[in-house]
Write a protein that binds this ligand. Structure first.
Ligand code: LRH
Ligand code: MN
Length: 413
């Protein structure tokens, strides 16, 4: 995008916004300050059970993953953190990783445990982990989570994300109430091992890899367990973990109302847990979610700072770095649009029962082209005006293939 064109569209938008009583510089500061963590497991070409197509130049170890996130941070200025998954990304040399991250100005967001695969541990998680009928398997899974906390403490992380694949594939396979009780007791042991300034992010998912029941299938079950654990246990919302047509923005509003929203795994989906690029399928839903978040924070239901912002996606057919650049842009745009909502007018419409007027207020914000605002926030933060164009123009993927090889494969999904 030619610079003069950017300036023209930005000044036109600023005129429109100031006519609505909105301060462009204030909006640019808010957008520039909003940082989203990148998952360490989404820097390679993901796959499905039907196959995985290597992209070439995938990071071969955690250092190279940090380099890729450093590049995303430099180009987009929208990310400053990585969320590690253990054991996929367990640091071989902690000091080296801490130094590398510090050099790249990357902090460590929530750590992710993994008790949904077997990776050489003594006892299998085939029939569950924290909910397993076998006490020694539950104990092993608790110890794994406590180990993940120890690694995170070394790296300066302040959160542990627990997602459980635990459940069953057939009626009768599991004792549903006992599985829930064992899970809660196991999580209580993990919560007891949580440093005082950490939070536990409890992620729910309705199905997959189990297809009859999942021990923590929805926000309600996660919230009930979190209440039993303590106030530093909150509910993590992965956008792909909902049955079709679920009103996710209402779940977000409800969790904020209870000060129980831990954070997000941003992605998008058409059918199931598709892990597609955020905002690529349902951008209006993403906007409505941010409307609830911004309003919830403004009206002090829950503080903005207490919420964790992370992407969780899998790139089967896209270059992972291009996909993450697009996702960071979509999230920033949804946030920017939600800041344009005329709250006063909307509240008035809600009080007067002006249903049509209320929709007009929301869509006025949603249909505003905020790309120049998000671009300006990036430029003012020292990022690239057009990160994707830069990434392609500089042939960064080609250079990574030369450096890392065309068959290098990243750990992760
Ligand atoms: C489960 C999930 C979870 C991660 C995994 C990689 O579907 O969303 O957050 O552990 O993906
Ligand atoms: Mn997730």
């Amino acid at each position: 995008m030619p610079t003069d064109f950017h300036q023209k569209s930005l000044s036109l938008l600023s005129e429109q916004l100031s006519a609505r009583g909105l301060d462009t510089n204030y909006l640019i500061q808010k957008i520039a300050a909003f940082q989203i963590a990148v998952p360490s497991w989404a820097l390679g070409a993901g796959g499905t059970r039907f196959g995985r197509f290597l992209i070439g130049g995938e990071p071969r170890n955690l250092e190279e993953k940090l380099e890729d996130i450093g590049l995303l941070a430099k180009l987009t200025k929208r990310t400053d953190a990585v969320s590690l998954h253990i054991p996929w990304d367990i640091p071989q040399d902690l000091q080296l990783i801490k130094q590398k991250a510090a050099d790249l100005q990357i902090r460590f967001d929530a750590m992710n445990s993994n008790t949904f695969q077997d990776y050489g541990q003594p006892l299998t998680y085939k029939l569950g982990s924290l909910s397993n009928a076998a006490a020694d398997i539950r104990k092993q899974a608790v110890e794994h989570n406590l180990l993940v906390i120890e690694v995170g403490k070394e790296l300066g992380s302040k959160g542990l994300t627990v997602w459980l694949a635990d459940g069953s594939n057939f009626p009768g396979q599991a004792h549903i109430r006992k599985a829930l009780q064992w899970t809660t007791e196991s999580l209580q042991e993990i919560y007891a091992g949580l440093p005082a300034d950490w939070k536990l992010l409890l992620e729910y998912k309705p199905y997959e890899p189990n297809f009859y029941h999942t021990v923590i299938p929805d926000w309600g079950t996660s919230a009930l367990i979190c209440r039993q654990l303590g106030e530093r246990a909150k509910v993590l919302v992965d956008l792909g973990h909902h049955l079709p047509n679920t009103n996710i923005e209402q779940i977000v509003a409800t969790l904020m109302h209870q000060n129980m929203l831990a954070g997000f795994h941003f992605n998008d989906s058409k059918y199931g847990d598709d892990d597609l690029s955020t905002g690529s399928i349902k951008p209006y839903q993403l906007f409505l979610i941010f409307c609830e978040l911004v309003n919830g924070a403004e009206e002090k239901a829950q503080t903005w700072e207490s919420i964790s912002w992370m992407i969780d996606a899998s790139h089967n057919t896209k270059d992972p770095l291009e996909d993450l650049i697009q996702a960071l842009e979509s999230i920033s745009q949804a946030f920017a649009k939600s800041l344009l909502v005329d709250r006063k007018k909307l509240n008035q419409c809600q009080l007067e029962g002006d249903v049509v007027g209320a929709q007009e207020v929301l869509q006025d914000a949603f249909l505003t082209d905020v790309r120049s605002l998000v671009r300006e926030a990036r430029i003012q933060s020292g990022g690239e005006a057009d990160p994707l164009e830069y990434y392609r123009r500089e042939k960064i993927r080609e250079k990574r293939i030369l450096q890392r090889g065309k068959n290098s494969q990243a750990s992760g999904l």
